[in-house]
Design a protein around this ligand. Structure first.
Ligand code: SF4
Length: 554
């Protein structure tokens, strides 16, 4: 038998990923088409001149479901649509004619007067709604497009804005809530956060990125900005020769495919931070994947390139110089949520309080501003843990201030459960949600406080609740993470519940290294049974733990 030799098959050309520097700028999906057709930032003029005058029905769909985000606006879910319908209804069927509006608070920094403006806007235009998000923003609901220009006018008169609060852009820059305040601060990130905001936010240079882009900057040793899950993060360290500066991390993000950020091993001086941020962001813009939305975050490029190549491209193509090698951040010795009463470097005190899973209200914000005025505090910070920190309280006023805050249900000495529970928006307003989150979380906190009253926990056990597989509440970084879904019942129906993830956490005072929580096969819990489940788990941990064992180690 004669053997025929087959001609070698020509190597198949890899599919273009939509990387601008490699594949050109031909848009490869509908989002890229609308972004290229007109910059998202340009929608503001249409909102002011057309949509706010002619009303919701006049809004072009590409603006409504696309470009509005560039100014912090999303349509919200129509009340009463159950989670089983999510994904099967059109936007028009699922959405209300109202908006969620996100006000970006870079570094989480607010003055008392800005707080009053935020509270009054909520009272006047948002049916008194306001949430402190886990990215230090304030979010309203029930906003009408007719009111948006007046809201912007009031925000901007107070030095606040909604620019690039959502969309494929550089979102709010997380910053240490103790910036410039803490006695043990390594470096104050305020100047670099302000410079990044001033020079690059709202600039057409970065208003069309492949996907959202998140930044975090801290100079506090408690590692208080969840740096491992940001696209670009700067973490305060001390270089043995160059002094205080930052350690650079890239490519962290959660969602359905979570990755922790990677250290590049590069030390960044304070002066270098804005141009290094610009370089990393430019790499994302130029080399990020724009074919598939679910592969567009910077994390996928970082996974493919690895930290060495990423650093080389940053230095060779964007900076034109080499960064010094630098040390990694030390393990945190204190919790990064800043709850409680603590002394500042100037001798005054800051008070960190825990609202219920970030939910406040316009009236509560106004009342909080009154408390601040009573004790002479002009500064407030939001935190990436849905907490609030009042600054500059005199020692003699601390206990009275704590009592006044308690009267607003803003607790400076909360239970372990109130302190460490985080919940996303959920089915109340979010169009992607499958189940309810905030009320379930709040009820669960009440139940656990009652049932485990007097039970001493060695440290808080974090409970994070999402309303769908996205991870706005960072479920993979919690001791107990809950992913919302509908669960089958014995009678063939469905009930709201959660897939359980266990054992996650970022680097903090209880764990040396960040770890992503894992799903436990078949471990799901109905929403109604959540308190029972957590109580059982906590009691088992307390009964089984050996000396000094943390929940993370158990
Ligand atoms: Fe909405 Fe899902 Fe994000 Fe919750 S996790 S806010 S339900 S997208």
């Amino acid at each position: 038998m004669t053997q025929t030799t087959r001609a070698p098959r020509a190597a198949r050309k890899p599919k273009p990923e939509g990387q601008w520097k490699v594949d050109g700028r031909e848009p490869l999906n509908p989002n890229e088409v609308f972004k290229q057709a007109d910059d998202g930032l340009n929608v503001r003029a249409r909102i002011e001149e057309i949509y706010s005058r002619e009303g919701f029905d006049s809004i072009d769909p590409n603006d409504l479901h696309g470009r509005f985000r560039w100014w912090g606006l999303y349509t919200q879910r129509k009340p009463g649509i159950d989670g089983g319908k999510t994904g099967s209804l059109s936007d028009a069927e699922l959405e209300d004619k109202y908006f969620m509006m996100r006000v970006r608070l870079d570094g989480g920094a607010l003055t008392r007067e800005q707080l009053r403006v935020l509270g009054q806007i909520s009272a006047d235009f948002a049916r008194d709604s306001a949430d402190v998000t886990d990215r230090q923003n304030i979010q309203y609901h029930w906003i009408r497009v007719e009111d948006v220009p007046e809201i912007w006018r009031r925000l901007e008169a107070a030095g606040l804005d909604t620019v690039e609060a959502c969309g494929d852009v550089p979102r709010v820059v997380l910053g240490s809530p103790l910036a410039g305040v803490a006695a043990d601060e390594i470096i104050d990130p305020t100047p670099v956060i302000e410079q990044i905001k001033r020079e690059f936010i709202g600039s057409p240079e970065f208003s069309n990125l492949p996907r959202k882009y998140k930044t975090a900057i801290t100079g506090h040793p408690s590692l208080d900005v969840v740096h491992e899950i940001n696209d670009c993060a700067f973490v305060g360290v001390v270089h043995p020769e160059l002094g205080p500066g930052y350690d650079l991390w890239v490519g962290g993000a959660l969602s359905v495919v979570p990755f922790l950020g990677k250290r590049l091993g590069a030390f960044v001086t304070e002066e270098q931070v804005p141009e290094v941020w610009k370089g990393v962001t430019s790499i994302f813009r130029d080399y990020g994947y724009r074919r598939l939305r679910n592969r567009a975050r910077l994390k996928f490029l970082v996974q493919d390139w690895g930290p060495e190549k990423f650093r080389a491209v940053l230095q060779d193509e964007y900076l034109g110089y080499e960064l010094a090698d630098g040390p990694a951040p030390a393990r945190s010795a204190t919790p990064g949520d800043h709850v409680g009463v603590h002394r500042q470097k100037d001798g005054r005190f800051y008070i960190g309080v825990a609202p219920r899973v970030g939910r406040v209200s316009g009236q509560k914000l106004l009342a909080l501003a009154d408390v601040m005025a009573k004790y002479g505090s002009d500064r407030l910070r939001t935190t990436p843990h849905q907490k609030l920190v009042l600054l500059d309280i005199e020692e003699a006023d601390v206990e009275n201030a704590v009592a006044d805050l308690e009267a607003l249900d803003l607790q400076a000495r909360p239970s372990a459960f109130r302190r460490s529970t985080v919940a996303c928006t959920g089915i109340e307003y979010c169009k992607l949600a499958i189940v309810e989150t905030k009320q379930t979380a709040s009820d669960t906190i009440d139940e656990l406080e009652r049932r485990l009253d007097g039970v001493e926990l060695p440290q808080p056990i974090s409970l994070h609740i999402n309303g769908c597989p996205n991870s706005c509440a960072r479920i993979q970084t919690a001791d107990i993470g809950l992913k919302g879904q509908l669960l089958p019942t014995d009678d063939g129906g469905q009930r709201p519940g959660y897939q359980v993830h266990l054992g996650g956490g970022l680097t903090d005072d209880t764990r040396a290294e960040a770890e992503l929580g894992r799903t436990v096969r078949g471990l799901k819990v109905y929403a109604d049974d959540l308190a029972d489940y957590v109580e059982r788990l906590v009691r088992r941990f307390l009964a089984q733990r050996t000396d000094n064992e943390t929940f993370a180690e158990w």
